[in-house]
Design a protein around this ligand. Structure first.
Ligand code: GTP
Ligand code: MG
Length: 357
C-alpha cells in the first residue's frame, strides 16, 4: 500500500471514530480520549474531524490544595448538573505530587455513584513531566468530551504546579476550593491561583477556621486587583493577558469573585455555589468584559497550539542534528544562544526546501 493510500485509510478510521463520538457513544469517547492523550497516529485528524462539533461545552476548572475537598465537591456538582438532564464529563488530573498519592482511588470512590450513569463520563489523566504535555492532553481531551456532547466538562486539578495553573487558564470558569485546617492554606494558594479564581468555595465550613478563611480571602480579593496590576507592570511572571483585574464594588462590568461556604460531604451550600458558577458563565458569554476574556483565552490557546506544532515539526525535521548540537553545547564549543539560532536557520531552510518542491 502506498503511503498516501495508507494515510487515506487512517483518515477514514479517524473520521469513523469521530462520527461515533459525536453520536454520544461512551466507548468511542473513551477510545478518542486515549488516542489524543497518547498522541496515537492520526490523533490530529481525529481532533480536526471533531472540531466542528466542539465549542458548546462549558469548561469548569476545579482547583485547590490537596485534600481541600475538590472531588467531593465535584461529585456534588455532577449531581446538580445531571439533575437538569445534561451530559457531564469529569477530567481528573492525577497529581504525582507526594501529598496526594492514591488520588485516583479516592476520586473513583467519591464519584462512584455516577459510574452506572451513561450521561456521565469520568476520566483520569496522569501528570506528565516535561513540555507542558499535560496541558495539551487536557485541552484535547476536553475537546473530545465537548464533541461527545457534554454540556459541562469539569476539570479537577491540584493547584500546585505550573501545569495545573495552565490547565486552569484553559477553563471558562475556575472554582478555587479552600479548606480550613490544612495549615497555611491561603498563603499556599496565593501564588498564581488567585489570579485564575472566578469563584471561591470555602469548603469544610463545618470545621473551625472557616470564617477566618473567608475573611482572609475577602481581604485578598480587595487587595488583589492592585497587587496583580503592579506585578504585571513589573513583568513578574504575569502578562497583562493572564491577569484578571478585580474591581470591588461592581464598578463597570468586571467580575468580582464571590465566596461560598460549602460542606460538600453533606451537600450544603452547593446550590449557592452552582448559582455563582452559572452567573460567571453568563457574565463570560454575555458581557463585553466577558467576551474580552474569551478572546484572551482563544489567543492563549492558539499560541500554545502553534508553539506545540512548531516544536514538534522542528524536532522531527532536525532529527539528530539536535543531539549533535546539544553535545557541542555540553562541551562548551558553542553557546546555547548561537546554537538555537543555527537550529532555527536549519529549520527555516528545511521548510523553504519543502515549499520549493
Ligand atoms: N468535614 C468535612 N470533610 C470534608 C468536606 N469535604 C470533603 N471532606 C473530606 O476531606 C477529604 C478529602 O476530600 P477530597 O474530595 O478527596 O479532596 P480533594 O481536594 O479532591 O483531594 P485530592 O484530590 O487528593 O487533592 C475526604 O476525606 C472528604 O470526605 C467537608 O465539607 N467537611
Ligand atoms: Mg481529588
Amino acid at each position: 500500500m502506498t503511503l498516501r493510500a495508507r494515510a487515506a485509510t487512517l483518515l477514514s478510521v479517524e473520521e469513523e471514530l469521530a462520527r461515533r463520538v459525536v453520536q454520544g457513544e461512551v466507548r468511542a469517547a473513551a477510545r478518542a480520549c486515549r488516542a489524543v492523550d497518547d498522541r496515537l497516529t492520526g490523533y490530529r485528524e481525529l481532533l480536526k474531524a471533531l472540531h466542528p462539533h466542539t465549542g458548546k461545552a462549558w469548561v469548569l476548572g476545579v482547583t485547590g490544595n490537596p485534600g481541600a475537598g475538590k472531588s467531593t465537591l465535584t461529585d456534588r456538582l455532577v449531581q446538580r448538573f445531571r439533575a437538569g438532564g445534561e451530559r457531564v464529563a469529569v477530567v481528573a488530573i492525577d497529581p504525582t505530587s507526594p501529598f496526594s498519592g492514591g488520588a485516583i482511588l479516592g476520586d473513583r470512590i467519591r464519584m462512584q455513584r455516577h459510574f452506572e450513569d451513561p450521561g456521565v463520563f469520568i476520566r483520569s489523566l496522569a501528570t506528565r513531566g516535561a513540555l507542558g504535555g499535560l496541558t495539551r492532553s487536557a485541552r484535547d481531551v476536553v475537546s473530545v468530551l465537548d464533541a461527545w456532547g457534554a454540556a459541562v466538562v469539569i476539570v479537577e486539578t491540584v493547584g500546585v504546579g505550573q501545569d495545573e495553573l495552565e490547565i486552569t487558564r484553559a477553563a471558562h470558569t475556575t472554582l478555587v476550593v479552600v479548606a480550613p485546617g490544612l495549615g497555611d492554606e491561603i498563603q499556599a494558594i496565593k501564588a498564581g491561583i488567585l489570579e485564575c479564581a472566578d469563584v471561591f468555595a470555602v469548603n469544610k465550613a463545618d470545621r473551625d477556621g472557616a470564617e477566618a478563611a473567608v475573611a482572609d480571602l475577602e481581604l485578598m480579593i480587595a487587595l488583589g486587583g492592585e497587587a496583580f496590576t503592579s506585578a504585571a507592570k513589573r513583568g513578574r511572571g504575569h502578562t497583562a493577558a493572564t491577569v484578571r483585574p478585580v474591581v470591588v464594588g461592581g464598578a463597570g462590568e468586571e467580575w468580582t469573585p464571590p465566596i461560598t461556604r460549602t460542606v460538600s460531604t453533606r451537600g450544603e451550600g452547593v446550590g449557592d455555589l452552582v448559582a455563582h458558577l452559572c452567573a460567571h458563565r453568563d457574565w463570560l458569554f454575555e458581557t463585553e468584559a466577558g467576551k474580552r476574556r474569551l478572546s484572551e483565552r482563544a489567543l492563549q490557546s492558539l499560541v500554545q497550539s502553534f508553539r506545540d506544532t512548531v516544536s514538534e515539526e522542528a524536532v522531527r525535521r532536525l532529527g539528530d542534528r539536535l543531539e549533535r548540537t546539544a553535545e557541542r553545547v555540553r562541551d562548551h564549543e558553542l553557546d546555547p544562544y548561537t546554537a538555537s539560532e543555527e537550529l532555527l536557520e536549519l529549520f527555516a531552510r528545511a521548510l523553504r526546501d519543502d515549499a520549493s518542491g
